[in-house]
Write a protein that binds this ligand. Structure first.
Ligand code: NAP
Length: 255
């Protein structure tokens, strides 16, 4: 049985990863910040026996250490999948409203946390058969793809930092035959906007997004095809492609 640890699994793309890997018969360590509140994940774990739920806050090095302690040394991980991220509210990320907290929170969760978790779990990944460390990057963090609107500075910068860490890790771990990958999931509807009825205005704080989605300016996809595409990519990721950045549909992306 193949094994995978996935971060940020209580909702969104992470929850869909758990669903699909569980259906495919994998052993899953599904981490989230608050297992008690993770009702959909817990319901899934009740019908899928190979899901183990563990608490992890990537913004806290102590929480990372606690998880590593609970996992112990005897476990082998075929894939370490870094999915969790903090997008953060848009307001404090617009030029003129910058504050250190928005940037530091994004860096802690999106770049430093995954780096520290990777470092701590390297022995478990080396003990696995696939030896893969996969990060969910973002087109929004690609300097080559940057275009207006100029927003989400903290999120974008933290993802660019994650991209650099992933690429550096790929070089660092090449001789040990560990595979590092970076994948962009596409523009995924994790807020249920595609399910709104034509006359339903949707959540008050997402009005601008609802308008853009309805006008076709933001071509959202559902999480299921995104995750299916990413799983195909991850399954086929080889050492020769270590350090590369791909879209969920297999297209190479610039850094
Ligand atoms: N959706 C898209 O269109 C899109 C596009 C490009 C890239 N991505 C990337 O794809 C990944 C998944 O995105 P998503 O849309 O599914 O995001 P999401 O719906 O916002 O879910 C984010 C997940 O990360 C968790 N998380 C946030 N802060 C955390 C922390 N400090 N410690 C541990 N977990 C934390 C959240 O847990 P809580 O519920 O506790 O907050 C949640 O489970 C992210 O890396 C994101 O950057 C998404």
């Amino acid at each position: 049985m193949q094994s995978i640890l996935i971060t940020g699994t209580n909702r969104g793309i992470g929850l869909e990863f758990v669903r699909q890997y569980a259906d495919a018969g994998w052993q899953i360590i599904a981490t989230c910040r608050d297992p008690v509140a993770a009702t959909e994940l817990r319901a899934l774990a009740q019908v899928q026996p190979h899901i183990r739920i563990e608490r992890l806050d990537l913004g806290s090095p102590a929480s990372i250490d606690e998880l590593v302690g609970r996992l112990g040394n005897d476990l082998a991980l075929d894939v370490l999948l870094h999915n969790a991220a903090l997008l953060g509210p848009g307001g404090p990320q617009i030029l003129g409203a910058w504050q250190d907290s928005a940037f530091l929170d994004a860096y802690r969760t999106n770049a430093l946390g995954p780096a520290l978790l990777t470092q701590a779990l390297l022995p478990l990944v080396e003990a696995g058969s696939q030896k893969k460390i996969i990060f969910l990057g973002s087109a929004a963090g690609s300097i080559g793809l940057l275009q207006p609107p100029a927003n989400l500075y903290a999120y974008r910068a933290s993802k660019a930092a994650l991209h650099l860490i992933a690429r550096n890790l790929a070089l660092d771990l090449q001789a040990r035959k560990l595979i590092v990958g970076l994948v962009n999931p596409g523009l995924v509807d994790t807020r249920g906007l595609l399910d709104l009825a034509a006359d339903d205005p949707g959540p008050p704080d997402l009005q601008h997004l609802v308008r853009l989605v309805r006008a076709g300016v933001i071509p959202l996809i559902r999480s299921a095809p995104s995750v299916t595409g990413m799983r195909t990519l991850i399954d086929g990721w080889t050492l020769e492609r270590s350090g590369q950045f791909f879209n969920y549909d297999g297209q190479p992306l610039p850094w």
